[in-house]
Design a protein around this ligand. Structure first.
Ligand SMILES: Nc1ncnc2c1ncn2[C@@H]1O[C@H](COP(=O)(O)OP(=O)(O)O)[C@@H](O)[C@H]1O
Ligand SMILES: [Mg+2]
Length: 320
């Protein structure tokens, strides 16, 4: 049994809103071994980002958020750490790449300095050498004129460039865990490929484990070892990537895979999408959350299926 780098157990996230409590993440458990890439997939609003943010309590500062459960990094519980202790974890062990990187970059520091700082936190190299390495990293993540860009402040860069600055910082960090929330969504295809290559390098050279949130099946197929499918705040299926792509067992996974465009399918074919809407996360009905949209729902689905043997579904063997 390989030792787990990250262990998430019964993670639960609730947001208090004017319209009531939104129960965004429900009993989510998963783990990452060294160098493992786990893809978290699911429709918009299924709780993927809320899960990612909770890993290092990034949403703790917001007064309306309540997170419970356990997140252990190399066996150390993160949920009970102080904000100061968490800053060290975020700065040295867990790198986060989000879609809107403005919030995670210090706005009053030049991007070259931000990266150099991360380098020097790791290696006691002279300032000048760290600055040179920062420029190299900007080049590696596909930023043109990296020497000039290093002198700029985050707000002077485009969103896509800021995202690549975060990735450059993640590379400098050599983190135990990289959490990447739709890291390539806003980028063009060439840069996407470059970023994915860098994630592969990080994993190969430093054994970094990756939680990868993505809508892109190509990215899942090319990078992930394992997939966890989220629906209405819960993981409903988890399996090795090749198995889940070839033969999804949960009806929701099957629908999700059918609804995603694939280059190996003719473009003219109309893409099926899953009929119906995901439930509002206010209700906590006692049954299977997917049952109202499920073609195979039957009486047993009035009881909530538990995740067992990688699937939360009452159908024998899942899909029918
Ligand atoms: N800070 C917040 N306050 C209130 N509701 C939120 C907040 N963040 C997320 N939510 C809600 O929680 C649910 C899950 O959101 P999110 O984790 O962002 O989904 P995903 O990343 O899968 O698209 C959504 O219904 C979203 O509107
Ligand atoms: Mg999201």
């Amino acid at each position: 049994m390989p030792e787990n780098v990250l262990d998430v157990h019964d993670l639960d996230v609730r947001f208090a809103t004017e319209a009531g409590t939104i129960h965004a993440v429900r009993d989510v458990s998963f783990s990452l071994t060294r160098g493992e890439v786990l893809a978290l997939v699911g429709e918009s609003g299924s709780g993927k980002s809320a899960t990612a943010m909770s890993l290092t309590a990034l949403n703790r500062a917001a007064g309306n958020t309540r997170v419970t459960g356990s997140v252990r990094l190399h066996g150390r519980e993160l949920m009970t750490l102080s904000e100061r202790e968490l800053r060290d974890v975020r700065g040295a062990q867990v790198a986060m790449v989000f879609q809107d990187p403005m919030t995670s970059l210090n706005p009053v520091r030049r991007v070259g300095d931000l990266i150099a700082e991360v380098i020097r936190a790791h290696d006691p190299v002279p300032r000048r050498a760290a600055a040179r390495r920062a420029v190299e990293l900007l080049h590696e993540v596909g930023i043109a004129e990296p020497g000039r860009r290093a002198e700029l402040f985050p707000h002077q860069l485009s969103g896509g460039m800021r995202q690549r600055v975060l990735i450059a910082m993640a590379l400098a960090l050599r983190p135990a865990v990289l959490v990447a929330d739709e890291p390539t969504t806003a980028l063009d295809v060439t840069i996407q490929a470059q970023i994915l290559r860098l994630i592969r390098v990080l994993r190969a050279e430093h054994g970094t484990s990756v939680l990868l949130i993505t809508h892109d099946l190509g990215v899942v197929a090319g990078l992930a070892d394992r997939v966890a499918v989220m629906y209405a705040g819960r993981i409903v299926e988890t399996a090795p990537t090749s198995a889940i792509l070839a033969s999804p067992r949960h009806p929701y996974t099957a629908g999700l895979l059918e609804s995603i465009p694939r280059i190996d399918h003719p473009r003219s074919a109309r893409l099926p999408s899953i009929a119906g809407q995901p439930p509002t996360l206010q209700d906590d009905d006692p049954g299977c959350s997917f049952a109202p949209r499920c073609r195979s729902a039957h009486e047993a689905c009035a009881r909530r299926p538990v995740l067992s043997d990688g699937i939360a579904c009452h159908l024998p063997g899942g899909r029918r």
